[in-house]
Design a protein around this ligand. Structure first.
Ligand SMILES: NC(=O)c1ccc[n+]([C@@H]2O[C@H](COP(=O)([O-])OP(=O)(O)OC[C@H]3O[C@@H](n4cnc5c(N)ncnc54)[C@H](OP(=O)(O)O)[C@@H]3O)[C@@H](O)[C@H]2O)c1
Length: 253
């Protein structure tokens, strides 16, 4: 890998790393020798298990891995997380994977309470804005940074959830495109990955959880967290690519 895209020894912040997709992203970056600041909201047991597994599997990489409990819907908790990262890693992240997400399923607008709309936007959209503000000065000053948002097929109107979730993910894609233009001169790439129907996650444990939808996936199966992480790894190791939303949806539109 050219030095332009060398990530060994860098620090990545991955939010929602206790969940299916976030954990898969953590694994691929750990394998490539990236130090990690991982966040969870409620599932400390899963988080501890993931860190123990990574430290033993990639022991030769001598990784520094920290964990942080954060509700990304709360700005003060994100600020506290950055202070913990400063203290434990002596630097801000070089790579941000803003992956933590929430989406209670209400397909129809008449069932979506205003509070549900606000709550979903706080976690899925506003948090990414706050996270970018927490990492961007460091990335600018070293003229190297990678930012990846976890969007969704919902950003284009598809998927199984309602307009609250679509708005939060569509907002992410809009923010990503703007930031990619603004931050390119600082050698910071900004992209998103837009998955659909990824199994082995809290959102979709398996095909039986969404039988009719699963039956309609052209590829005939759910996607995997590992495949989603493949796209994230490609983006963080391909700095020339910026401003892109990568749909990962088994042929769904
Ligand atoms: N699965 C799919 O098919 C699919 C499709 C499109 C987009 N996505 C997106 O992919 C991302 C990861 O989801 P996943 O599929 O891997 O589901 P998951 O296994 O349920 O993971 C969700 C993660 O987000 C964390 N989280 C939830 N609410 C949070 C909050 N308020 N503050 C901080 N962290 C919070 C969870 O933490 P705890 O478990 O510790 O509480 C967990 O680590 C989400 O942004 C989701 O919208 C998933």
């Amino acid at each position: 890998m050219s030095s332009l895209n060398e990530i060994r020894g860098r620090l990545a912040l991955i939010t929602g790393a206790s969940g299916g997709i976030g954990a898969a992203c953590a694994e691929q970056l750990a394998e490539r020798g990236v130090n990690l600041a991982l966040t969870y909201a409620t599932n400390l047991d899963a988080m501890n298990k993931i860190v123990t597994d990574l430290q033993s599997k990639y022991a030769e990489n001598k990784l520094k891995i920290s964990i942080h409990q954060v509700d990304v819907g709360k700005a003060d908790q994100i600020e506290k997380m950055f202070q913990e990262i400063d203290a434990q890693h002596n630097q801000r992240p070089d790579i941000l994977v803003s992956n933590a997400g929430y989406g209670k399923r209400f397909p129809n607008v008449w069932d979506i309470a205003l509070e549900e709309f606000d709550y979903t936007l706080n976690i899925n959209l506003r948090a990414s804005f706050i996270l970018v503000k927490g990492v961007v000065e460091h990335m600018k000053s070293q003229r190297w940074g990678r930012i990846v948002f976890m969007s969704s097929i919902a950003a284009q109107g598809g998927g199984i959830n309602g307009c609250h979730y679509a708005a939060s993910k569509g907002g992410l894609t809009g923010m990503m495109k703007n930031l990619s233009t603004r931050l390119a001169e600082h050698n910071i790439s900004v992209n998103d990955v837009a998955p659909a129907m990824i199994g082995e996650t809290g959102m979709i444990p398996n095909a039986a959880a969404i039988p009719e939808v699963a039956a309609g996936i052209p590829l005939g199966r759910l996607g995997t967290p590992e495949e989603t992480a493949n796209a994230v790894t490609m983006l963080v190791t391909t700095g020339y690519m910026t401003g892109q939303s990568l749909l990962l949806a088994g042929g769904l539109k």
